[in-house]
Design a protein around this ligand. Structure first.
Ligand code: ADP
Length: 259
């Protein structure tokens, strides 16, 4: 997000408006979501969105250290976004970059409105996000994964937060840009929403768009977020169906052992 993008010579769209990976302009990359993937965390999630692969782990509410950071009337939500050294083509330095610090802040701010922080005064809720493989749109995928990891940790939420970007490539508005589209396109507009409340919790823009293009891109990104929200709900519902199945199986086994 830091550089202003300059259109490149790479052609990102075919004559039929198909993208390099075969997607239509309004198509999301294939998404895979999982919850409860880490046994030591209080809540966790994994997302694959195209070639991007990200893990989110939630700890808390727990005692906050250093104590002087504690808020007397609410919990402190702290998200840490990091990219693995092997997550990009050229080895990334393990030292936290300015970009990682910025993304940790914007991800925290995108998630905070959804969390009932007032329920846990003086406590800390920590979200660790590890990008294992980056291929564009990692801030949005991180928000999507972190949100279901918070739900998996049983933290009371007003709503889930779903995130997705839209952008401009070869003069056309397109959904969910991959890395090559982000780098060679004209602009990128990451959006996060709380769909039930109809609230936008993240809105950033990189590059240049006209007012009309901005509106079109924003609407497209919101539609993408709504589709992602359905996937988030499904994976969480499935988790409880699985628990229910396991419990009834155990009960059946106990009964048959008792007979
Ligand atoms: P986002 O991942 O949210 O789109 P950016 O727009 O800053 O955030 O980054 C776009 C993409 O650029 C990332 O998803 C990643 O694929 C790539 N990228 C980011 N940092 C590096 C880096 N240090 N080295 C190589 N590629 C990087």
């Amino acid at each position: 997000m830091e550089d202003i993008h300059i259109s490149s010579q790479i052609k990102l769209l075919t004559e039929e408006n198909l993208r390099l990976d075969g997607r239509k302009l309004d198509e999301l990359r294939p998404i895979k979501l999982e919850v409860g993937v880490l046994s030591r965390a209080d809540g966790s999630a994994y997302i694959e969105q195209g070639k991007s692969k990200i893990l989110a782990a939630v700890y808390g509410p727990r005692e906050l250290h250093p104590r002087h950071l504690a808020q007397p009337d609410e919990a402190l939500l702290q998200c840490v976004y990091r990219m693995a050294t092997f997550s990009v083509e050229e080895r990334k330095s393990p030292a936290p970059s300015r970009r990682e610090t910025e993304l940790s802040k914007v991800i925290t701010e995108a998630l905070a409105p959804a969390v009932f922080l007032k329920y846990f005064p003086r406590a800390s809720i920590d979200v660790y996000i590890q990008v294992i493989q980056a291929d564009g749109g990692t801030r949005c995928s991180s928000i999507t994964a972190a949100s279901i990891a918070l739900a998996d940790a049983g933290i009371p939420l007003r709503d889930l937060v779903a995130a997705c970007a839209a952008g401009k490539i070869d003069e056309k508005i397109a959904l969910d840009l991959s890395d090559v589209e982000d780098k060679n396109g004209q602009s990128d507009l990451p959006v996060a929403i709380m769909p039930r409340k109809n609230l936008t919790t993240l809105l950033q823009m990189d590059g240049v768009m006209t007012k009309e293009e901005f509106s079109e891109a924003y609407e497209l990104a919101v539609k993408g977020c709504q589709k992602i929200y359905e996937m988030q709900r499904e994976v969480l519902i499935q988790k409880y169906i699985n628990i229910q199945d396991e419990v009834s199986e155990e009960e059946e086994n106990e009964q048959s052992n008792g007979d």
